[in-house]
Design a protein around this ligand. Structure first.
Ligand SMILES: [Zn+2]
Length: 275
């Protein structure tokens, strides 16, 4: 599943090619993904300039010249391909736009858990996908104080809380485990037990793991295609994620990485150095 760094990488790739271009034609090749495509989408996009491409949580937001925003969610298996010339015709090439300079962008989504919507700019923040989202983890307003306050009255352990999009937007399973490891905090710790100092450390490590992943081009466990057309994302080495049974990178021979299940998702951690 694409996490925030993958989506950011897609946004950065799209930006290079599509920003400032005019949509010459669009193709919507099936009625729906996870949700129906907006009615008449292809016609509505035609002739609009793509003014700015941004990301909010795991949503790609293409701001268009007529005051509308094209929202793309990659879901579980969505990927974006870019190219020039003949547009892709593959059976998973569900949504394609071509710009006036001959470039195209195609959304492929074999499992169809993704979503596409066209929203009036003024209604963007109240859209069901975006309303109620917490701060962006890489922005300044996500800081130790804010996290400490957000966790104070919360029941349950820290790991599922970090993945709660209302607390902070866009942190998925991989980076929640990685950030907790770097902050020496056990995924099992009750939220309300985290001190302000620990919250500050955790905010720092969340930002660090996300920034490092974005820098190396995003990571994924699926065969994502990079927006620049290259097959596959750069594969990261994770300190704890999916490292069950391996030696802890800090404790070496003294401890192994454990896998536990929390809120239906795997958490990976070291019992010895994460408290
Ligand atoms: Zn350890």
């Amino acid at each position: 599943m694409p996490e925030l760094p993958e989506v950011e990488t897609v946004v950065q790739g799209l930006r290079k090619v599509l920003e400032g271009a005019v949509i010459e034609q669009a193709w919507v090749r099936r009625p729906d993904l996870r949700l129906p495509f907006p009615k008449g989408l292809a016609g509505k996009l035609k002739g609009q300039t793509i003014e700015r491409i941004a990301r909010r949580a795991k949503y790609v937001l293409c701001h268009l010249s007529k005051g509308q925003v094209l929202l793309i969610h990659l879901g579980m298996s969505g990927r974006v391909k870019l190219g020039k010339g003949a547009i892709p015709e593959g059976k998973h090439a569900h949504f394609v736009i071509r710009t006036d300079d001959g470039n195209w962008a195609c959304l492929e989504d074999p499992r169809r858990f993704g979503a596409v919507d066209l929203i009036d700019q003024a209604l963007l923040s109240s859209h069901p996908f975006l309303a109620g989202l917490g701060p962006e983890p890489l922005e300044k307003d996500f800081d130790g104080k804010m996290l400490h306050k957000g966790l104070a009255r919360r029941k349950g352990p820290i790991k599922p809380a970090l993945m709660d999009q209302k607390l902070v937007a866009g942190i998925g399973n991989i980076y929640a485990s990685e950030a907790l490891f770097r902050a020496f905090i056990s995924p099992l710790r009750p939220c309300s037990s985290l001190t302000l100092t620990e919250c500050k450390a955790l905010v720092r490590t969340v930002k660090d793991v996300l920034a490092a992943a974005i820098e190396s081009g995003g990571s994924s466990l699926r065969d994502h295609v990079r927006p620049d057309g290259e097959l596959g994302y750069f594969q990261h080495h994770f300190a704890v994620y999916a490292q069950e049974g391996e030696a802890c990178p800090r404790c070496r021979a003294k401890a192994r990485i454990l896998r536990i299940v929390q809120a239906g998702r795997s958490s990976f951690y070291c019992k010895r150095c994460q408290r």
